[in-house]
Every structure is written in structure tokens, then in C-alpha cells.
Design a binder for this molecule. Structure first.
Ligand code: C2E
Ligand code: CA
Ligand code: CA
Ligand code: CA
Length: 282
């Protein structure tokens, strides 16, 4: 951490120095990761709860395969990619590759056109004026039906300018791409704006699901969130479902779909194909 010296200037301690070194190293390595083909897309099943256990789509999660360090989860490098303003080019890569993968699966007959991919969009990507051009180009080049693509955005990407954000969301919707509000319940959650956003799905944050069986109070909070979402006409997907008890509670609460280690961890493409073969036997 940073501490104020007597003269008022910042004194950097060893930890800070090492953190800075790590950040610079990571920034440089990240800049080359696309060229070096070090990124991989992982796919985590999104599972219907009614009827139970049918696969409706996958959330696309980015992984970085560094030759020396192995597989790095998104939580460890996405914040650095955002801080160093690289998330837009990385995000374009994710969108393009996700659309290509799904199109390939469709052409190979491995999926029906009901199955969708849900791609995370960072706030910076969302606010980038070229986003719509990027989306149009990728959809045109891959010939993917926009209804097979969903985008996940967090509340924090929307609060900078609610009016502008709503307009961008409308334009995305007008392409036939549906929007989900990610990590719901952790952000500003202004009910006034929630209704105005052209989103179709709310993803109930893992922190609520995680605490589901701990107390009556947590159960009531999660129940209220799901009922609120439903009252406003949104579908609900619960994140981070790890136990059968959580699943049962969510079914009781009439949550529409869920995702979590109980069903599957995020899978590399080949393993996702195997999952598909089991989930959609022809
Ligand atoms: P998120 O969008 O909330 O994604 C869900 C995270 O929860 C993923 O972590 C996933 O591996 C993890 N997860 C799923 N099920 C469970 C479970 O049952 N238990 C637990 N403990 N965790 C579970 P991951 O892949 O490390 O991603 C972290 C965050 O990084 C994501 O959170 C998302 O905000 C961001 N991210 C991932 N891929 C991308 C991307 O392509 N673009 C952007 N902009 N952000 C991404
Ligand atoms: Ca997400
Ligand atoms: Ca989430
Ligand atoms: Ca999250």
C-alpha cells in the first residue's frame, strides 16, 4: 500500500513496487497475447430450471494461457486489461471468436439455433462509439443470426450516462441481440431506471446464491430480487449454483435458469462439444 511520508509525498513500499512491476509486466504481456494466440474462450453451461437441466446456452468466459504461468482466469487479468485500456481490442477478439465458434457448431450440426452464447461486455466496450460497427461487421462476416448472441453488461457500465446507455442498448436490441444485466444486486440497482432499460434477463449475483441456505433473511432477499425481476418482466438466471440445496431453493423461487459448478465449470471448446453431445442427443 501507499503511505504518506512526513513531507506529504507518497512513499512506495516494497509491495507497491512489486505490484507496479507486476502490472507493467502484465500490461506488456497482454499487449502481445492476441498476436501470440494466448487467449482461449471457455464456455459455461446455462441451464433451464423448468423443465430441469436442459441446456439453453453458454456464457463465454475468457482465459489467458501464458506459456510460463499456465491458464489465468479472467478475474486476474480483465481488471488490468480495463485499467490499461486494452479491453476494447481484447473484447473485439472475444466477440469475433465466440460468433465464429457458434457458427461452426451450427454448421457442424452440433447445436440447434435455439442455443445461444452470452458474451460479457466491459463498460469501456459498451461506451465505445465503434461498438455497433464492430457488432455489425462481426455478424456480417460470420453470418451468425443475432438472436444467437446475447450480451452481458453490468449496472456500473450504465450509470455514467443513463440516457446515452439506454440509447446504445436500444440500438443493440434493434439488431436482434438481447441484453442481460450481470451481477444484479451488487450495483446501484435503481428501480427507476431498471424498468426503462431494454434488457431481457437479469443475472442474480453469485453472492446471493452463495448465501441462500444460510439464513431465512438471505432467502427472503434472493426471493425479493427474483420476484422484482419477474414483476418487471425479466427472465432470471442465478449465477454460482454449487449445491443441490441452492438449486432446490431456486426452483422453489421460480428462477428461470442457472449456472454454476453444480452443472459444470467453464469448459474449453472441445469439452463444451462433449457436453453438447450429452445435453442434445440427436
Ligand atoms: P462474471 O461475468 O460474473 O462471470 C462469472 C464468474 O464466476 C466466472 O469467473 C466463472 O468462472 C465464475 N463461476 C461460475 N460458476 C461458479 C460457481 O459455481 N462458483 C464460483 N465460485 N464461481 C463460479 P471468471 O471466468 O474468472 O470471470 C470473472 C469475471 O471476468 C467475469 O465475471 C466477468 O466480469 C469478467 N470476464 C470474463 N470473461 C470476460 C470477457 O470476455 N470480457 C469481459 N469484458 N469480461 C470478462
Ligand atoms: Ca457475466
Ligand atoms: Ca456475473
Ligand atoms: Ca461478477
Amino acid at each position: 500500500a501507499k503511505s504518506q511520508g512526513k513531507a506529504g509525498y507518497a512513499v512506495f513500499d516494497q509491495t507497491m513496487y512489486l505490484q507496479t512491476l507486476h502490472l507493467v509486466d502484465t500490461e506488456t504481456a497482454l499487449r502481445q497475447a492476441v498476436k501470440k494466440r494466448e487467449f482461449r474462450l471457455y464456455y459455461q453451461p446455462l441451464v433451464h430450471l423448468h423443465p430441469p437441466h436442459t441446456l439453453e446456452g453458454f456464457e463465454v468466459l475468457l482465459r489467458w494461457h501464458q506459456p510460463e504461468k499456465g491458464l489465468i482466469p479472467a478475474s486476474e487479468f480483465i481488471p488490468i486489461a480495463e485499467e490499461t485500456r486494452q479491453i476494447n481490442s481484447i473484447g473485439d477478439w472475444v466477440l469475433r471468436n465466440a460468433c465464429e465458434q457458434l457458427k461452426t457448431w451450427q454448421m457442424e450440426g452440433k447445436v440447434t439455433t435455439d442455443l445461444y452464447l452470452s458474451v460479457n461486455l466491459s463498460g469501456q466496450q459498451f461506451r465505445d462509439p465503434s461498438l455497433l460497427d464492430v457488432l455489425d461487421t462481426i455478424l456480417e462476416e460470420t453470418q451468425l443470426d443475432p438472436r444467437c448472441l446475447k450480451l452481458e453488461i453490468t449496472e456500473s457500465s450504465l450509470i455514467h450516462n443513463i440516457q446515452a446507455a439506454t440509447e446504445i442498448m436500444e440500438l443493440i436490441r434493434s439488431r436482434g441481440i438481447e441484453l442481460s444485466l450481470d451481477d444484479f444486486g451488487t450495483g446501484f440497482s435503481s428501480l427507476r431506471y431498471l424498468q426503462q432499460f431494454p434488457i431481457s434477463t437479469i443475472k442474480v449475483d453469485r453472492s446471493f446464491v452463495h448465501r441462500l441456505n444460510n439464513s431465512d433473511r438471505n432467502l427472503r432477499i434472493t426471493s425479493a430480487i427474483i420476484n422484482l425481476a419477474k414483476a418487471l418482466g425479466f427472465r432470471t438466471i442465478a449465477e454460482g449454483v454449487e449445491t443441490h440445496e441452492q438449486l432446490t431453493e431456486l426452483q422453489t423461487l421460480a428462477c428461470d435458469a442457472s449456472q454454476g459448478y453444480l452443472f459444470s465449470k467453464p469448459l474449453p471448446a472441445a469439452a463444451a462439444e462433449k457436453y453438447l453431445a450429452i445435453a442434445n442427443p440427436h
